[in-house]
Design a protein around this ligand. Structure first.
Ligand code: ADP
Length: 576
């Protein structure tokens, strides 16, 4: 190689080495700057060479150019124990005099008067290996005091109690509650609502650091809790047990993340310790409280666990009370609405009854005044109306009595052998006039007897309820009744082609007082199907409905045939 060529290659090497040195310098500077510890390098003349971000945060001053007599501008080294007495000699001065200062605690009064306790060391630095140091290097971190003494815990519980007693929507209290716990008990917290295995949602979240709070809210928004993917959920707490991880590692957090972005957001939060406690009230898990601590804070201990559990118990009770209150209010609302409907329904038959009787009375008076007898035809016509309306009233009152019987658990069944097909046929026959009135045709399909042991009156009541609904809501379309058997199960199906029931209303029509139609268009107490279901369930059977709005409804009754002889199962001829 020519000497020119050798020079060129040397120059390239030197340049490469310089670039490398610059890179590693820059990396070192970055490392120092971003370290979670206070890092400070001072030369023997007092010139400050390194003063990282954490130093600025702890000393609460901008990077100073000099240290005078071991003191930073505006700051005073004080005793860690009382925070008022200045130290005789600053740790920096001691190190500058050549004495290494190993792991000690000092207090530092900052320019704003607050005192922070630092734990760390100061080391003389001699790059040339000489005895006299050329500078000193201080590294320290804030010593976070044990978070909760008994007084603070009691205060926290008292404040939480006051908040839980406030006239607020129960869920609206969750965030203020977290704000009480953060940062006294934890650096971040999330309330998850919904028990394990069901839809879980994050109802409130708070992080002590504003930037991290934003990241946490974003993370919960972008990665909402997913019961199907338990990662990232306080699963153990949601299934009713407390979980405490004193030291939460980065790997553990990466493990629960659903993808890289999730992991990135999670790691941004700086979580280092985790405590998950269940929200349990009256033996039911309502959700979980997840608490976290971040870098520099001690891991959660047993005391923290006890306090968090106590808080969670109170929160759960208040959530449950709120639920009960709203259910009770809803029940009262429904009852009031029902009373309105019931009075209206009871009054409806009374009006024609009253008018007919009044009319007859007038006629009797007029005829009597003229000395004429009342025609038997007229009396009988009035009595027919009276009887019809009295029947209606009786049935309404019977329904009300049934409900109170069911509520009190006094529904008694008197079982006897019978043929469901005959019972159904008889009722269908009774419905002929009503069907004509509703312009509905009635069809029956019951090819063979279906024998079983049931309570006749209650069975009749059930079939009557289903048939009268089919006519009432049947919009003049044919109504079809089918009776069949499948082994030890008897089945009765009532189909109509009427107004139908929306999918949204379908689940509630069997509940007490529930109606899916307006009372302006259709009378009724909303009790028929409730009573039907109660009776059917008392028989050990079930009643279900399928429907399509505008196309009609199908009600299927399935009843166990009870304790009947084997040979009855295949009877194909009507009973004698
Ligand atoms: P109601 O006295 O209101 O008829 P029910 O308990 O018998 O009370 O029925 C509850 C509600 O279910 C009714 O208000 C109606 O909205 C709906 N429903 C019941 N049967 C039918 C049907 N065959 N077709 C359409 N809707 C029905």
């Amino acid at each position: 190689m020519s000497s020119g060529g050798a020079q060129l290659s040397m120059m390239r090497q030197v340049l490469a080495e310089r670039a490398e040195a610059r890179l590693s310098d820059a990396a070192l500077r970055l490392l120092v700057e971003q370290a979670a510890e206070v890092l400070l390098l001072v030369d023997v003349t007092g010139r400050v060479l390194v003063f990282n971000a954490e130093a600025g945060r702890q000393f609460r001053i901008a990077a100073p150019s000099r240290v005078e007599q071991g003191e930073l501008p505006g700051c005073v080294w004080v005793r860690a124990e009382d925070g008022a007495t200045p130290l005789d000699v600053s740790p920096l001065t001691r190190a500058l005099a050549g004495e290494p200062v190993f792991e000690e605690r000092w207090g530092l009064r900052r320019p704003d008067g607050t005192v922070v306790v630092l734990r760390g060391g100061v080391f003389p630095v001699s790059p040339e290996g000489g005895l006299a140091p050329e500078g000193v290097f201080l590294r320290a971190r804030e010593e976070v005091p044990a978070r909760l003494d008994a007084t603070r815990a009691a205060t926290l519980l008292a404040e939480a109690g006051a908040l839980l007693g406030a006239e607020l929507d129960a869920e609206a209290r969750l965030e203020p509650l977290l704000r009480l716990m953060v940062p006294t008990l934890a650096d971040a917290g999330v309330f998850f609502l919904g028990p394990a295995g069901e839809a879980v949602r994050a109802a409130a979240a708070v992080h002590a650091e504003p930037a991290r709070h934003v990241a946490m809210v974003e993370m919960l928004h972008r990665y909402p809790p997913d019961a199907a993917d338990a990662r990232g959920l306080p699963s153990m707490a949601l299934s009713g047990r407390t979980e405490r991880v004193a030291c939460l590692t980065q790997a553990q957090q990466e493990d629960v993340a659903r993808d890289e972005e999730h992991a990135r957001l999670l790691l941004l939060l700086g979580l280092t310790s985790y405590l998950g406690v269940p929200l349990v009230a009256r033996g039911r898990v309502l959700g979980a409280l997840a608490l976290f601590r971040t870098e520099g804070a001690p891991g959660f201990g047993e005391d923290d666990e006890q306090l968090a559990e106590e808080l969670a118990r109170r929160v759960a009770l208040s959530l449950d009370n709120a639920r009960l209150l709203s259910e009770a209010r809803e029940a009262v609302r429904l009852r009031d609405e029902f009373l309105g409907i019931a009075s209206h329904e009871l009054k409806t038959p009374l009006t024609p009854l009253h008018l007919k009787v009044q009319l007859l009375q007038k006629q009797v008076e007029v005829l009597a005044a003229h000395g004429k007898p009342v025609s038997a035809e007229r009396v009988s016509e009035t009595l027919e109306v009276v009887q019809r309306q009295v029947r209606k009233l009786t049935s309404l009152v019977d329904n009300l009595l049934d409900v109170s019987r069911i509520t009190a658990g006094r529904l008694k069944l008197e079982l006897e052998e019978m043929d469901l097909a005959s019972v159904a046929a008889e009722i269908l026959y009774r419905f002929a006039p009503a069907a004509a009135q509703h312009h509905c045709s009635l069809e029956m399909h019951a090819p063979v007897p279906v024998l079983g042991r049931w309570d006749r009156l209650r069975l009749e009541q059930v079939v009557t309820n289903l048939l009268s609904n089919a006519l009432k809501y049947g919009a003049g379309q044919p109504v079809r009744l089918t009776v069949e058997a499948e082994g030890r199960t008897a089945r009765l199906i009532v189909e109509d082609g009427g107004i139908g029931i929306s999918a949204q209303d379908l689940p509630r029509i069997f509940e007490r007082f529930e109606r899916a139609v307006s009372d302006r268009h259709y009378g009724g107490l909303g009790l028929g199907l409730y009573i039907t279901r109660q009776i059917v369930e008392a028989f050990g059977g079930s009643v279900t409905a399928t429907s399509e709005v505008g196309r009609g409804s199908t009600f299927v009754l399935e009843l166990p045939r009870g304790d009947i002889p084997e040979e009855w199962l295949s009877v194909t001829e009507p009973l004698a």
